[in-house]
Write a protein that binds this ligand. Structure first.
Ligand SMILES: [Zn+2]
Length: 107
């Protein structure tokens, strides 16, 4: 199974298998410390720098800006969705998606 991912439209979209799936201008909720000091941080994505596949997870390098404190920085390997049975299932941008230490959560 080959998953084709790329950015489109001047880094405004992530395409998965030639279908536009994830757009910038969504606000992602990131947990404290990974982007700025806000908890959580509401980060408006400005651009996708790169996109890749890590196992079943589609990850993006992006530029974002915190809506509260104004920090503007890059985000490395933000999980934006996953591949299930060949279909892309986007994550909910409003969920806390990204942690420096994933071990801190025990599902
Ligand atoms: Zn902030």
């Amino acid at each position: 199974m080959t998953i084709a991912v790329r950015t489109l439209d001047d880094a405004a979209w992530i395409s998965v298998n030639d279908s536009r799936q994830v757009s910038v201008s969504d606000v992602w909720t990131l947990s404290r410390g990974v982007f700025c000091d806000c908890e959580p941080a509401y980060v408006l994505l400005k651009a996708f720098v790169d996109v890749g596949v890590d196992g079943p997870i589609v990850v993006a390098d992006a530029i974002g800006q915190c809506l509260d404190c104004g920090t503007r920085d890059s985000i490395d390997r933000l999980p934006v969705g996953r591949i299930v049975d060949g279909d892309f299932r986007p994550y909910d941008p409003e969920g806390v998606q990204w942690r420096v230490e994933p071990d801190t959560e025990n599902p």
